[in-house]
Design a binder for this molecule. Structure first.
Ligand SMILES: *Cc1c(COP(=O)(O)O)cnc(C)c1O
Length: 443
């Protein structure tokens, strides 16, 4: 695998460009998903907003909408080298209310879609009813007979578990070895049943799937196959389009948009990329970022004929500080959708994530978890490597880079306990004394 990277330094981010990017969309690859499903998901979230406002006091201000701001990011966080690369932004999903991560949109959407189905089948929603009636004791008693289950490394469990419990469902989360204690504690405090396993994410999912299958009133949220999750994630793109408009940020041939998103199985970043390609077409360039020892999506992209290939097949061990990204296998629902849409993949070291966690806090005041800090390696890989410079030249983007916009997607972190964050912050600060300066070659 190392042969695929031209940049040999172990400390800098590594970039792989997708040779199929921009090619003819392989019609059949889109499976059953269309943009109408994403629009329907957006409308569903809007229908449920009055209910969410009632269930979660922190959603009072936003009237039940769960959305994150788009914030300006000082360029020094990304590159210390010379050169004008355009504007840097943070899509601050680490601040997403209630769930504290990018999993909020997808996870909430799937739970709400399930709740809507149950409510309609039991006549809990009459014509003209606002969805806030689903907070009634009649509705909750009905929901209590149903179970929502999920396998998770942590954040998906928080999103699914918290929302399910809030609606009154029985909620079961099957946690893999990486899952942090504080996430389990938080879930239990919401009344969620947490099962713990010593195995990896794939194993936790398999056990959860099997247990749920024995309960006819259980709904299993299948992170590797769920179109409902995917469409919920994709809603982010429609909302980002509006945020860019409000900030007068143009996206066209002369103003290319680059988006960098941390990737686990590929569901969350894949949904966002799918939506963004619909909105901006060739003018947006999406890059996923993975830990070097858990780069399952990269491994899948590099082996188009090896369905189900895992990181273990590629000699990796799934050892990373980025618990949200520690998964061995790419989603086979998402992979085909990314074949021509994804610009490339970036691989980041744990050390780099820690330094970026420290930098995001000390230079921009943002509290993110290591998985989210991985995103900062995205623009650095594009702007500071030879492979990245070649991509910009070959795509005809080089002349427009000073008018480019780069969005670093910080996917989680706000709910992290202070002592946990402080420990990582101190590690990052210590590592930062070693230098990571970027000196991009003159384009
Ligand atoms: C889950 C997660 C991701 C990636 O999402 P996938 O759907 O697994 O690709 C990125 N960042 C954080 C913080 C996450 O929890």
């Amino acid at each position: 695998m190392p042969g695929h990277f031209r940049d040999g330094s172990s400390q800098s981010a590594k970039l792989w460009i997708n040779p199929e990017h921009g090619g003819q969309a392989l019609g059949a690859d889109d499976g059953n998903i269309t943009i109408n499903d994403v629009l329907a998901a957006e409308q569903r979230l809007a229908r449920f907003a009055p209910l969410l406002q009632k269930l979660f006091p922190e959603l009072e201000m936003s009237k039940g909408m769960v959305e994150s701001p788009l914030l300006a990011l000082p360029a020094e966080v990304v590159t210390k080298g010379a050169g004008d690369h355009g504007h840097f932004w943070v899509k601050a999903d680490h601040q997403l209310a209630v769930a504290g991560s990018v999993k909020a949109r997808g996870g909430f959407h799937e739970v709400l879609e399930f709740a809507e189905g149950v409510a309609l089948s039991h006549g809990l929603l009459k014509d003209g009813d606002g969805y806030e009636v689903l907070a009634s004791s009649t509705a909750r008693e009905c929901f209590a007979r149903y179970e929502v289950a999920v396998g998770s490394t942590g954040n998906l469990g928080m999103s699914i578990g918290i929302m399910s419990a809030a609606l009154g469902f029985k909620a079961s989360v099957h946690m893999s070895a990486e899952a942090k204690e504080w996430k389990k504690r938080l879930l239990r405090s919401h009344g969620v049943i947490v099962h713990e396993y010593p195995g990896d994410y794939g194993q936790a999912v398999a056990i959860g799937r099997e247990q749920a299958s024995s309960n006819p009133l259980a709904h299993f949220v299948d992170d590797e196959k769920s179109t409902s999750l995917f469409c919920g994630y994709a809603v982010a793109a429609l909302r980002l389009q509006r945020q860019l408009l409000e900030l007068n940020v143009r996206v066209d041939r002369e103003h290319p948009l680059f988006v960098y998103i941390p990737c686990g199985v590929g569901g969350a970043p894949g949904g966002v990329c799918y939506g963004l390609k619909h909105v901006f077409g060739d003018h947006v360039h999406c890059f996923f970022v993975e830990p070097e020892d858990s780069s399952c999506f990269l491994v899948r992209m590099q082996h188009p004929d090896a369905e189900g290939i895992s990181i273990y097949d590629a000699g990796q061990h799934n050892k990373t500080i980025a618990d949200g990204l520690a998964v061995p296998q790419a989603s086979e629902l998402v992979y085909p959708l990314m074949r021509t849409r994804l610009a490339g993949m970036v691989v980041a070291t744990d050390e780099r994530m820690l330094v970026d966690l420290w930098q995001l806090k000390s230079m921009a005041g943002l509290k993110v978890e290591p998985s989210a800090a991985a995103a900062v390696s995205g623009p650095r890989a594009l702007l500071c490597t030879e492979v990245g410079q070649q991509y910009l030249q070959a795509s005809g983007l080089a002349p427009f880079m000073s008018a480019a916009n780069h969005i670093v997607w910080t996917t989680g972190g706000t709910l992290m306990p202070t002592d946990e964050f402080d420990r990582l912050f101190a590690q990052g600060q210590q590592l930062a004394s070693q230098s990571f300066a970027c000196e991009p070659s003159a384009a």
